[in-house]
Design a protein around this ligand. Structure first.
Ligand SMILES: NC(=O)c1ccc[n+]([C@@H]2O[C@H](COP(=O)([O-])OP(=O)(O)OC[C@H]3O[C@@H](n4cnc5c(N)ncnc54)[C@H](OP(=O)(O)O)[C@@H]3O)[C@@H](O)[C@H]2O)c1
Length: 319
């Protein structure tokens, strides 16, 4: 729902406009949060505060995120929503139920649409590059989905600068619809790849950028300063804990508090505000297991970052 306090940004050179903050369902809806009422409360609150872009994938809890978020979308005006899903990761042990082959893409989009309860996806992402499928096969399949109206815009996720350029060039040569958006990871602790190679390629080829894990799975909120809170993501997910919760990161996040205090905001708000300020970013996809987290994170939109604050943050989180 349009909200004057939400900035809206054009997605690259496409005609689509996204809210600067988006909400995603990874490890959360249908997984950590199974209660339908809580899921509806969070999604509705985001929608009422002006979030129009909701990000999902088929693989998030093997379809459960699509189903649980889709049940809420059914109660909201479809034309005001930008709904995405993704394809690539295995959905079963079947040899063809993975990757970016024409077969997997064509079957997956139909399954995603059914689970979400939608006639079309606004955005459909190749979740990762697939070294086993010729690029042209994937491009032709995505182009067909756009022509069929099942997908309005297609995109890539975690593709390198070279891959973004190569795909755009093949599409231009063949007259195919080209990716309109890339979805990279971006946060204070994971920024080098985006800034060094993805952002320049996306700008050159006219792609919008929607970024993921602005809080590094919650680490940057400071909630792990003194241990592992019960029910938190890094308590639940051992792999993510090993990736993010190093002594060095914990110390940096503790030091970040002084910078947030100086600005007069929370660490979560500061981390998200930093992402919003990065070149080429159309929308920052956040996650929330509780309505209070969403409310806090939306407060990032009001944070004003000075050059001095940015320099301090970037010096603290050297990658
Ligand atoms: N394309 C890709 O490969 C890819 C990969 C990952 C994610 N994504 C997308 O990006 C979205 C966002 O990623 P993310 O969920 O990792 O974002 P994130 O903002 O880094 O982490 C969100 C999690 O941090 C905790 N949190 C959020 N706000 C908090 C606050 N104010 N205080 C304390 N804890 C807070 C919550 O977890 P707990 O309450 O459980 O601790 C929440 O679920 C995903 O949902 C997905 O749509 C895409």
């Amino acid at each position: 729902m349009f909200n004057k306090d939400m900035p809206y940004r054009r997605m690259g050179k496409s005609g689509l406009t996204l809210s600067a903050l988006a909400l995603g369902g990874w490890t959360t809806y249908g997984a950590a949060v199974k209660d339908e009422k809580t899921i509806e409360t969070i999604i509705r609150a985001a929608f009422e505060r002006g979030v129009n872009f909701f990000d999902i994938s088929d693989v998030y809890e093997r379809g459960e995120a699509e189903k649980s978020m889709g049940r809420v979308f059914a109660k909201l005006p479809r034309h005001e929503l930008v709904i995405s899903s993704k394809v690539f990761w295995p959905m079963s042990d079947d040899v063809n139920d993975k990757g970016l082959s024409r077969k997997h893409i064509m079957e997956s989009v139909n399954k995603s649409l059914k689970r979400i309860g939608a006639d079309y996806l606004d955005l459909y992402f190749c979740h990762r590059p697939d070294p086993d499928t010729p690029l042209e096969e994937t491009i032709r399949a995505m182009d067909d989905l756009v022509r069929q109206g099942k997908v309005l815009y297609w995109g890539t996720s975690e593709h390198s600068g070279a891959q973004i350029r190569e795909i755009a060039e093949i599409c231009a040569t063949r007259g195919c619809y080209a990716p309109a958006v890339e979805q990279p990871q971006l946060s204070l602790i994971k920024r080098k790849r985006y800034l060094d190679e993805v952002a320049p390629a996306a700008r050159e080829k006219g792609l919008g950028v929607v970024t993921w894990s602005p809080l590094a799975s919650g680490l940057l909120s400071g909630k792990y300063d003194n241990g592992l809170p019960e029910g938190s993501r890094l308590k639940r997910a051992e792999g993510l804990r090993a990736t993010y919760l190093t002594d060095e990161n914990r110390n940096r996040v503790k030091k970040m508090k002084a910078i947030a205090d100086e600005v007069g905001c929370t660490r979560s708000q500061l981390a998200i505000a930093w992402c919003l300020d990065q070149p080429g970013v159309t929308s920052v996809i956040t996650g929330a297991t509780r309505p209070e987290q969403l409310t806090e994170n939306l407060g990032a939109l009001k944070v004003k970052l000075t050059g001095d604050v940015k320099s301090k943050l970037e010096a603290l989180f050297v990658e």
